[in-house]
Design a protein around this ligand. Structure first.
Ligand SMILES: Cc1cc2nc3c(=O)[nH]c(=O)nc-3n(C[C@H](O)[C@H](O)[C@H](O)COP(=O)(O)O)c2cc1C
Length: 214
């Protein structure tokens, strides 16, 4: 079934976003939009652009996959040695931008970055397909690579090393959580007269909600 056909059965996505529809808790609101994107058949609904800033003040962005969201924040997994990891060590803040093209929706999350505890990363790593686990051991993320063959050879070496047993979490791999300070929901509407709402966390942990000009 096409995305549009699926949407026909879903409530008013193009009718705009109204304050009364928004959950007072932006995490619940985000989960609602993510579930909607899944039901609508959006491709890779958990993908987002992760923006970081290095010590030189220059921004960098790359796509990632969200692996969990709850009251603690937004979790993703990657190499903890590499360009983005270096940047998040230097400047522990990040922005995540979700875009559900078919729904004309965007969510922007900004906040402080925290490493995910090793036991939690281990539990997640254990759920990954074995070849992805081997790839995590074999990759030296962000480093120059002379040839694809070199990478494949390293994969074979690690397959051999872990033959017949579980692949453990590599020391150079793990997760991060963005603890949101602001979360903005954007709904596209005709004639560029879009709707935007930004939640901002206040000191007592509650959230304020503000409509913004598009
Ligand atoms: C849709 C999509 C999802 C991705 N998800 C991840 C991910 O969850 N973790 C990851 O390490 N890289 C992921 N990548 C690759 C990253 O975009 C990036 O190339 C890699 O993490 C290296 O980034 P860095 O050199 O800035 O550290 C994904 C790429 C795409 C296109």
């Amino acid at each position: 079934m096409s995305v549009i056909a699926r949407l026909a059965g879903l409530p008013g996505v193009l009718l705009g976003l109204h304050e009364r529809q928004l959950d007072p808790d932006p995490i619940r609101q985000f989960r609602r939009w993510l579930a909607f994107a899944r039901r609508a058949g959006c491709f890779w609904p958990t993908s987002f652009c992760l923006s970081t800033v290095g010590g030189d003040g220059r921004p960098a962005g790359r796509m990632m996959l969200l692996k969990g969201v709850d009251e603690r924040g937004f979790a993703f997994y990657t190499h903890v040695v590499g360009r983005k990891a270096d940047e998040m060590r230097q400047v522990p803040y990040a922005a995540m931008t979700f875009h559900w093209n078919e729904l004309i929706r965007q969510v922007r999350v900004e906040g402080r970055v925290e490493p995910i505890p090793r036991d939690e990363a281990e539990a997640y790593f254990a759920t990954r397909p074995r070849m992805s686990q081997i790839g995590a051991w074999a990759s030296r993320q962000s480093q120059p690579l002379a040839s694809r063959r070199e990478f494949m050879n390293r994969c074979r070496e690690f397959e051999e090393r872990f033959r017949g047993r579980e692949v453990p979490l590599p020391p150079h791999w793990g997760g991060y959580r963005v603890v949101p300070a602001t979360i903005e929901f954007w709904q596209g509407r005709p004639n560029r007269l879009h709707d935007r709402f930004r939640y901002t966390r206040v000191h007592d942990g509650t959230w304020t909600l503000q409509r913004l000009y598009p």
